[in-house]
Ligand binder design. Structure first.
Ligand code: CTP
Ligand code: MG
Length: 247
């Protein structure tokens, strides 16, 4: 029996292989977002809809351009798509070889019944029909033993690798930076703003300590070009302290 291969060199092209709902994007999220090329994202970029199958050719074209650029720079790259078709994998291996980057097939072998069940939680535009999921799952199983022969340098089963610590470390580093525990300024009062309004509002937000609008209390002001909104409903200092410590 061959020993289990859990090698993921750096850099590598990591090709995720698994049916819809198997957990590919969840595994991919353990690598930094800039390293992950997700076909659904490229579909959304060209068509505004992640599930738009008609946009696949354009999405693949755009993804291929980014893939070439990353591999030419020898950057770690994770390809998040089902990759259950041999022709798709052959193109990925050929691309990586042209740039001298090793390839890893990362197989996500979640049972077919679980992949199907998970479609039920999705919105209709994102749910993949059961026969398609079953066909993808069968294709993944069929492909497994032939992956080394296809040219992958390593064939790794996702369940056998340790990625949780890498994910937690990144989440923890981001949290420490937000809180200023890394020696930086941290978000301070903006933690509360981000919690209520989301990160896109942060660059436009100013706290104003006193305002006639709020009887001398503090207000939040959002500015974008000629637009300006002031909120006289700023929370009291007690609410602020409570929310900030929870956020
Ligand atoms: N999930 C889970 N436990 C895991 C991995 C995934 O419960 N260990 C759940 C996720 O929370 C998600 C669902 O399974 O709700 C599908 O996971 P996802 O990563 O989105 O699967 P993909 O393979 O990326 O599906 P698709 O091909 O459709 O993008
Ligand atoms: Mg996904």
């Amino acid at each position: 029996m061959q020993p289990l291969d859990t090698t993921i060199p750096e850099p590598a092209l990591i090709v995720l292989i698994g049916a819809a709902g198997s957990g590919k994007s969840t595994w991919a999220s353990t690598w930094p977002t800039t390293q992950v090329l997700e076909l659904d994202n490229f579909r959304a970029m060209v068509s505004d809809e992640a599930g738009c199958q008609e946009a696949t050719d354009d999405a693949v074209f755009a993804l291929q351009a980014v893939l070439e650029a990353r591999l030419a720079r020898r950057k770690m790259t994770v390809l998040d798509a089902t990759n259950t078709e041999a022709a798709v994998r052959a193109n990925l291996i050929a691309t990586a070889r042209r740039h001298g980057v090793p390839t890893v097939a990362l197989v996500i072998s979640t049972p077919a019944s679980v992949c199907v069940e998970r479609q039920a939680d999705r919105t209709p535009d994102r749910a993949v029909p059961e026969p398609v999921v079953l066909a993808q799952h069968a294709a993944m199983l069929d492909a497994f033993s032939g992956l080394p022969g296809e040219g992958f340098d390593h064939v790794v089963i996702a369940e056998n690798i340790h990625r949780l610590e890498a994910l937690l470390q990144r989440v923890s580093d981001a949290r420490r930076a937000d809180l200023g525990w890394d020696g930086g300024e941290g978000l301070g009062d903006l933690l509360l703003v981000r919690r209520y309004f989301g990160p896109e509002i942060l660059p436009m937000w100013r706290w104003r300590d006193t305002s006639q609008l709020a009887g001398g209390d503090r207000v939040g002001e959002i500015r974008l070009g000629a637009d300006r909104l002031s909120s006289p409903c700023a929370p009291t200092s007690t609410e602020r302290a409570t929310s900030a410590s929870r956020s």
